[in-house]
Ligand binder design. Structure first.
Ligand SMILES: Cc1ncc(COP(=O)(O)O)c(C=O)c1O
Length: 292
């Protein structure tokens, strides 16, 4: 089942509501304009993973949209309320998706609408982690320097306007693929619609993890960032692009990494088979599963 907790100044720990009943006004700018932000984090045994990193990114998305949202403490209390209610309703589930959403609120009200949603991890997400992904390169249509020139495009913010990202995944599915890696108009590898691109080179005893340049207009992934810290301690070398498609085709393994699906191996790109490594996937997944 899904648990919903609204952040409400009259309720310190958040206001638990019935998720099967309407809760949002139709004039909410989140619904009418997609004007808002969100985060998705994994919770294991009732504890959110990388909570501070998600709260920090929520705050930076809010700043990019010039949106005033509740503070980190209010979010944390609402998350605890939501996870408590979820554990009562679903005592056998160890894992949950915790989604934080804040919109610009009802037109004219000048106050954000904010809530926490706790729900089971979709079975399809887990299946993709196991099976791996056939991926298409799709162009995003912007060059890799647009984020600096045009901050109003909100390129590095996690906004509610994900219709384009979802359309890209539907396009890939219609072509028989599972997921997408966006490329820039100047030929750089960017990100997945809901994930960060990660590749490994394991050559002559040197093991390197690479991810695209953060400044190329992509969302800074909390999973990639935490993995880089953990991998460095294990002796991996790290690098931030710029990456082009050939770097992925030449890599020893490529993954799409994100908070809920974790590391999903990329099996092919535009129909071309990639090298994969069950050993590297297991090693890095071991690090990812220890995130706190
Ligand atoms: C566009 C985009 N890039 C990257 C990510 C991965 O971020 P994280 O590892 O913080 O989940 C996401 C997550 O949903 C995303 O939507």
């Amino acid at each position: 089942m899904t648990v919903l907790v609204f952040l409400d100044p009259a309720h310190d720990d958040g206001r638990l509501v019935d998720a099967t009943q309407p809760q949002l006004l139709a004039t909410d700018l989140g619904a009418t304009r997609g004007d808002g932000i969100f985060e998705s984090m994994l919770a294991v045994d009732g504890t959110p993973r990388k909570e501070q990193a998600h709260l920090d990114r929520l705050a930076s998305s809010a700043a990019a949209l010039d949106l005033t949202v509740p503070g980190a403490d209010a979010w944390s209390r609402a998350i605890r309320t939501g996870l408590g209610a979820f554990a009562e309703a679903e005592p056998d589930r160890t894992h949950a998706v915790v989604k934080l959403v804040a919109t610009r609120g009802v037109e004219g009200a000048g106050q954000a609408t904010a809530w926490v949603q706790v729900a089971p991890v979709p079975a399809a997400t887990l299946a993709q982690r196991e099976a791996g992904l056939k991926v298409l390169f799709l162009e995003r249509g912007y060059d890799s320097t647009v984020a600096q020139r045009a901050p109003w495009l909100l390129m590095g913010a996690k906004t509610l306007s994900y219709a384009v990202n979802m359309a890209a995944i539907r396009y890939a599915k219609a072509q028989g693929a599972d997921d997408v890696i966006f490329t820039s108009s100047d030929g750089k590898v960017l990100e997945g619609p809901t994930s960060t691109v990660l590749l490994a080179y394991d050559r002559d005893g040197r093991r390197t993890l690479l991810t695209p340049q953060l400044e190329s207009g992509i969302l800074a992934g909390t999973s990639q960032s935490a993995l880089f810290v953990a991998a460095k301690e294990q002796g991996w070398e790290l690098g931030y692009g710029p990456l082009e498609p050939h770097h992925l085709l030449e890599a020893d393994a490529v993954w799409l990494i994100s908070s809920i699906r974790l590391l999903a191996p990329v099996l092919s790109l535009d129909g071309q088979e990639l090298r994969t490594s069950a050993a590297l996937t297991a090693e890095l997944t071991g690090l990812v599963e220890r995130f706190v």
